[in-house]
Design a protein around this ligand. Structure first.
Ligand SMILES: [Zn+2]
Length: 268
């Protein structure tokens, strides 16, 4: 492990291709981390961008709870931490069994979650995206969902609200099309430091959004307090299931998930 860390340091200084190859080889044969989805072990997950080192100080101060950018992608199957985390929550809470009995609406469907849902054959399964890249995914705007009230029993919209300008309309629409007794999973990155959402009309270019919101296609930084209040105002019953109540820190680190990201279980 010492050699691996030493090589990593050398690579950051010299960016040498042979060192990169040796690092990739050692990473693939390591056992420090494990992907919950493909079940393979290795030494470290891929970073998102430059990882936490690339995050502006301004964003660091807001202590965002969202994607684990230092433990992002699996080097074998490519799944990202948010997908792994939902898999772990759904397994532990036995939500797949419930989904099998549901009419499901899934926004921005993640590769492995959708594969799992298809395999358990729910009553119906609508995959949706504002800009679908595949025929099997319907073009649906979350702020104007073209289905009658109470059409779905389970709605997944994982890390999507931060991209939507009129996100309150999206929350209202999701509530409207959710059946009584249904569940909505609307995981969204937020700050626990902010009292209110941080959003300004003047932050209107990709460069400014990247600097102030952390991503060029994010529309704001949510305050956890405000977001939770808006879920409740829309009519949802919010049950917070903390990561730590299900997975200890060592397990979270091993599987590369953000142990600060709790599950917001929204029911109607
Ligand atoms: Zn994997």
């Amino acid at each position: 492990m010492k050699i691996y860390l030493l090589l990593k340091k050398c690579y950051t200084i010299f960016c040498s291709r042979p060192i990169r190859k040796v690092l990739a080889f050692l990473n693939k044969h390591g056992h420090k981390k494990k992907c919950y989805i493909c079940k393979r072990e290795f030494n470290s997950f891929g970073l998102y961008g430059k990882g936490s080192k690339g995050v502006p100080d301004f964003i660091k101060e807001l202590k965002l709870v969202g994607s684990d950018i230092d433990n992002y992608s699996c080097i074998f199957c490519g799944c990202h931490d948010r997908e792994r985390h939902l898999f772990m929550y759904f397994d532990r809470l036995q939500l797949w069994d419930k989904i099998a009995q549901c009419k499901v609406l899934h926004f921005a469907p993640e590769k492995y979650i959708r594969k799992k849902i298809l395999s358990i054959r729910p009553i119906s399964y609508i995959m949706a995206d504002l800009n679908p890249m595949e025929k099997s995914i319907l073009c649906i705007d979350a702020t104007n969902i073209p289905y009658p009230d109470k059409s779905f029993d389970f709605i997944l919209c994982n890390h999507v609200l931060e991209h939507i300008t009129n996100y309150k309309k999206a929350i209202d629409e999701i509530y409207r099309v959710l059946n009584f007794g249904g569940i909505a999973i609307l995981q969204t990155p937020f700050s626990r430091v902010l009292e209110n959402n941080f959003e300004d009309e003047g932050i209107n270019t990709n460069e400014l959004r990247l600097f102030f919101y952390g991503e060029s296609d994010h529309r704001r930084i949510f305050s956890e307090k405000q977001l939770a209040g808006e879920f409740i105002s829309a009519g949802f019953v919010l049950k917070l299931i903390t990561n730590n109540s299900l997975f200890d820190k060592n397990t979270s680190v091993y599987y590369g998930i953000n142990y600060n990201e709790d599950l917001y279980m929204l029911t109607k």
